[in-house]
Design a protein around this ligand. Sequence first.
Ligand SMILES: Cc1cc2nc3c(=O)[nH]c(=O)nc-3n(C[C@H](O)[C@H](O)[C@H](O)COP(=O)(O)OP(=O)(O)OC[C@H]3O[C@@H](n4cnc5c(N)ncnc54)[C@H](O)[C@@H]3O)c2cc1C
Length: 300
Amino acid sequence: MYDLIIIGAGPAGITAAVYAARKKMNFLVITRDIGGQAAWSGDVENYTGYQFVTGPELVSKFEEHMRKYRIDIKEGEAVVDLEKSGEIVKVKTNKSFYDSKAVIIASGKVSRDLGVPQEAHFKNRGLTYCATCDGPLFAGKDVAVIGGGNSALDAALQLIKIANKVYVINNTPRLGGDPVMKEKVEASPVVKIYNDSKVVAINGDKMVTGIRISKYGNEEDISVQGIFVEIGLIPNSSFAKIVERNQAQEIKINCRNETSVPGIFAAGDVTDVPEKQIIIAAGEGAKAALAAFKYISQQR
Ligand SMILES: Cc1cc2nc3c(=O)[nH]c(=O)nc-3n(C[C@H](O)[C@H](O)[C@H](O)COP(=O)(O)OP(=O)(O)OC[C@H]3O[C@@H](n4cnc5c(N)ncnc54)[C@H](O)[C@@H]3O)c2cc1C
């Protein structure tokens, strides 16, 4: 029986773990990976104290800090269900079962699928959802970034440095996202932007050879070897059916990170806190750990 189980080790979960360790709580971290989305980010220019750091560098600093404490971590394990039995929260994973007095859900978000035929077939055959992880595989090649928000801009900025040509396919009249990033993308001679356009098909046999886009009903084939899907994210909250979620499937929390179920807290991108940023997720993780500590102290 643990005092606390933290689900996820992105910025929210890692910060919660650091705070829980400093409160000397008996806790466990269960996570699919270390770093979460922060590890996919190319250039991070808005984490206070670092004028510039790459996502993977920041994550390795986070991990180093967390592992400074002797922490029990189940890495590569995914939570599939949560139940409350009396005062105990029962956590079911793809490998085991765990009991805890409190839980912090910090499971973040995952990339949304493009929703075109053959998408599953082309995954990892030229179609990817992570420019930081897979960008270097497309050095000197022509690639398409699908999307027009911050994730797409971040991917395009990374690919400009690697690829021969970067097509940005955006289904709205103009690019959204951070104005500074947008200016950099628009100014690049390597980039060609297609606004008001959507991908209707992926071309290729074994590997991606192109995309078919549609603009006002007119279709056009563009030859690319790589496709980076950056059309938003969905919360990893499907295992948390016992807590209240909003229409976007984000977990509803109050300012103390409490969910609708006593003893279950949530932090970071998986929650309905409006802004999704590393520094916000980290701060929310700290708050959630302190709230969980207070909750457990009152249970004793
Ligand atoms: C391409 C990209 C670029 C970005 N750039 C920036 C930037 O420059 N600056 C900025 O501030 N923010 C940036 N962000 C946003 C930032 O990365 C997120 O806001 C932040 O990572 C959220 O942290 P989190 O801990 O809440 O969730 P996540 O980072 O999503 O971490 C979730 C964790 O939960 C784990 N997990 C998920 N489901 C389960 C499960 N069922 N069981 C166990 N573990 C699970 C995951 O493995 C992961 O470890 C960017 C995001 C993307 C995608």
